[in-house]
Every structure is written in structure tokens, then in C-alpha cells.
Design a protein around this ligand. Structure first.
Ligand code: NAD
Ligand code: DAU
Length: 336
């Protein structure tokens, strides 16, 4: 099988490339990534010389750059991970989210249609469903009600993917996963940011009252879910993915502090995120029952393993903490 994986230099995409290389060593992987601030080829050192792996630096919204990759008709499946993925950045600069997440997806759909790609998997997010109150879970039937420019752009992409199935009969699937954690996550996201700050005895900026809830899933379990959807997903179906691991942000931050032996006085309550979704929680019954998906990691072990990974990957982190990251950090946090 030949897979075109977009965003394969990002957090989940690179974990997925490594997962496929390990679990389907005979597959060919074409990794297409624009290498934005979030793309990092260091994540892929272990596969870069593999004869079945190739990397192409390209923007998914750039049709002319992508067409040659499809032109010989050899791509069997497209898995679209590429996206602008950070909610806080979408509040500062929504336009790039529309371009990459919506126009980029449409460009890929069009090429996949033209060159008769057999399967298109859109890696989406539970955030398209909006927010939950104290109770309830997101199912695949929950209406879309995105609240941030990021989630609105992902919902727009999902609707286009659905439309290409309805209109052109394309074999698509959409996965909607909850919050991932694990190796290679960019330190703008809660867990790596807090680990990094705690290691440096910097304050840990908790938004609002810290009681917003996320449903955490170890990234490898997300990868195994996408692998199943790729091979067994029914045409046109949406599959929710989540691990039943609801934690509020303060619980997450306290675990990190306790694992690193740092004091809770490092916690600093800062101005809340605009439009901050209160709670996400996934009902993953459909993928469990239809496709037999089972997550391998429980949260308590997964978070400890993740902290250990960041402790042993200080060089990886140092490379990221460049001027550009500091500039972002100052813009995001100085006035909170
Ligand atoms: P990330 O920000 O770590 O990685 C995104 C990757 O896409 C980067 O390598 C970046 O260079 C690349 N990219 C960005 N714009 C591009 C463009 N125009 N053309 C080509 N490549 C481009 O994101 P992530 O956390 O790994 O998320 C991957 C996907 O999974 C996204 O679609 C996201 O919406 C979805 N998702 C993420 C989570 C999560 O918790 N992180 C949960 C559910 C779904
Ligand atoms: O639910 C899936 C989504 O999870 C993905 O679609 C997104 O791509 C991914 O970024 C993530 O979105 P969140 O907004 O939930 O993740 P983030 O790590 O940015 O924030 C998690 C929670 O922590 C959220 O309630 C905001 C809070 N937070 C975050 C940061 C960065 C803080 O309190 N302080 C912080 O500094």
C-alpha cells in the first residue's frame, strides 16, 4: 500500500509515520509537510533513510506542488493530518487556519478525486462538537457547534470531506479524537508547556479557574485507531476516538508538578482563553464495537511515560525553544 500522509512532521503525524513504519514495514509512505513552526524532521530521524519513506516539503493548499505526487496514480490512500492546530493561535490569526485547514483539505480532496485515490481519511477533532456541560458525551450524531476559529475551520473541512462522499461517491472517513499527549508534542500545548516551565521553575499559566475538562488519549492509541479506520472504516463514516480519561487542567498540572518534584506555588492563574470550551468527553463505542479498537495506555501510566520522555529529550526541546518560540510565548502570556 502507498500512503500519502500530510502533516507527518507534526506531533500526531510523525507518531503515525513511525507507527506505520513499525506495524506495516512493507507500506510506502510519502510524507508531505510544509514545515511550519510545528513541523520538525527531527521526529523522523529513525525512518528518514528507509527505502519505503520519502519526504516532500509542500503546502497542502498548493495544488501545483501536490499534483505530481498523485499524477502516476500510485497513491492508495491519503491521510490528512496537516493543519494549523493550536486554538490560541487561531484567536490571534484566524486567516491561516481557513487557508490550511479548509482550502488545504479541499485541494487534497480534489486531487484524490481526480486521481482515483481509493481512500481518504480526514484526521479531525472532538472540538468540532463545541462544548459539553457537566454531563454527557460527544457521539458521532452530536451536532457540529465549533466555538473557536480553529474548530470552525476543522468543522468546515469535515463538511467538505462529507460532501465529496455524498456528491462524488468518494470513499472517505473522518476521525474525531479528543486531546492527545505523548512524545514530540510542540510546547505550545498544555502538557509539554507545563513540563517545560516546571523544569525551569517558571510559573505555570493556568487559564481561568483551571477546571476545564479534557479527555486525554496517548498518541499511539490515536494512531492505532486511525490505522483501523484506514483498513476497515466503512465508507462515509465518522468515528469518534477517545480514552475515557477526563481530567481537569489543574489535575493535569498537579500531576506534572508532583512527578517532577516541583511545588504547587508555581501555578499561576491567568486570564482565561476567549471562548474557552468547558468540557470535552468522547463516546468511542462505535469504533470499539465496529472496528474492535482498544486503547493500550491508561492515563496514569501514559502521563508518567510522557514526562520521562520529555526529561530524556532535552536536546529536542532546546532546538524548539528558539527566538520564534520565545516571541510567541511572550505575545501569548505577557498580558495574561
Ligand atoms: P501539529 O501542529 O503538531 O502538526 C501539524 C503539522 O502540519 C506540522 O508538521 C505542520 O508543519 C504541518 N502543516 C501545517 N500547515 C501545513 C500546510 N499548509 N501544508 C502542509 N503541512 C502543514 O498538530 P497535531 O497536534 O499533530 O495535529 C495533527 C492533526 O490532528 C490536526 O489535523 C489536528 O486538528 C488533529 N487533532 C489533534 C489533536 C491533538 O490533541 N493534538 C486531537 C485531535 C485531532
Ligand atoms: O480536543 C482535541 C484538541 O485538543 C485538538 O483538536 C487541538 O489541536 C489540540 O490543540 C487540543 O486543543 P485544546 O485547546 O484542548 O489543547 P491545549 O493544550 O491548547 O489546552 C488544553 C487545556 O489547557 C485547555 O482547557 C486550555 C488549557 N491551557 C492551555 C495552555 C496552553 C491552560 O490552562 N494554559 C495554557 O498555557
Amino acid at each position: 500500500m502507498k500512503l500519502l500522509i500530510t502533516g507527518g512532521a507534526g506531533f500526531i503525524g510523525s507518531n503515525f509515520v513511525l507507527y506505520i513504519a513499525k506495524n506495516h514495514p512493507d507500506y510506502h509512505i510519502v510524507n508531505v509537510d510544509a514545515l511550519t513552526y510545528a513541523g520538525n524532521l527531527e521526529n523522523l530521524r529513525s525512518v528518514e533513510n528507509h527505502p519505503n519513506y520519502s519526504f516532500i516539503k509542500a503546502d497542502i493548499a498548493d495544488r501545483a506542488a501536490l499534483e505530481p505526487l498523485f499524477a502516476d496514480g500510485s497513491i492508495d490512500a491519503v491521510l490528512n493530518f496537516a493543519a494549523e492546530s493550536h486554538v490560541d493561535r487561531s484567536i490571534l490569526h484566524p486567516e491561516i487556519f481557513v487557508r490550511t485547514n479548509i482550502m488545504g483539505t479541499q485541494t487534497l480532496l480534489d486531487l484524490a478525486k481526480q486521481y482515483k485515490v481509493t481512500k481518504f481519511v480526514q484526521v479531525s477533532t472532538d472540538e468540532v462538537y463545541g462544548t459539553l456541560g457537566e454531563t454527557g458525551l460527544f457521539t458521532e450524531e452530536t451536532p457540529l457547534a465549533p466555538n473557536s476559529p480553529y474548530s470552525a475551520s476543522k468543522a468546515g473541512a469535515d463538511l467538505l470531506v462529507r460532501a465529496y462522499h455524498e456528491t462524488f461517491g468518494m470513499n472517505i472517513n473522518i476521525t474525531r479524537c479528543s486531546n492527545n499527549y505523548g512524545p514530540y508534542q510542540f510546547p505550545e500545548k498544555l502538557i509539554p508547556l507545563m513540563i517545560q516551565n516546571a523544569l525551569n521553575d517558571k510559573s505555570l499559566p493556568v487559564y481561568g479557574d483551571g477546571l476545564n475538562v479534557r479527555d486525554w488519549l496517548y498518541v499511539e492509541d490515536h494512531c492505532s485507531a486511525i490505522d483501523l479506520v484506514l483498513h476497515k472504516g466503512r465508507p462515509g463514516e465518522v468515528y469518534n476516538v477517545g480514552g475515557n480519561n477526563e481530567r481537569n487542567n489543574l489535575q493535569v498540572v498537579r500531576t506534572i508538578l508532583s512527578e517532577l518534584g516541583k511545588p504547587e506555588t508555581l501555578i499561576s492563574y491567568v486570564t482565561d482563553r476567549l471562548g474557552h470550551d468547558r468540557r470535552y468527553a468522547i463516546d468511542a463505542d462505535k469504533i470499539r464495537q465496529e472496528l474492535g479498537w482498544q486503547p493500550k495506555y491508561d492515563y496514569e501510566n501514559g502521563i508518567k511515560e510522557t514526562i520521562r520522555w520529555y526529561l530524556s529529550s532535552k536536546d529536542w526541546m532546546e532546538q524548539i525553544l528558539t527566538g520564534a518560540y520565545q516571541e510567541y510565548y511572550n505575545t501569548q502570556y505577557s498580558e495574561r
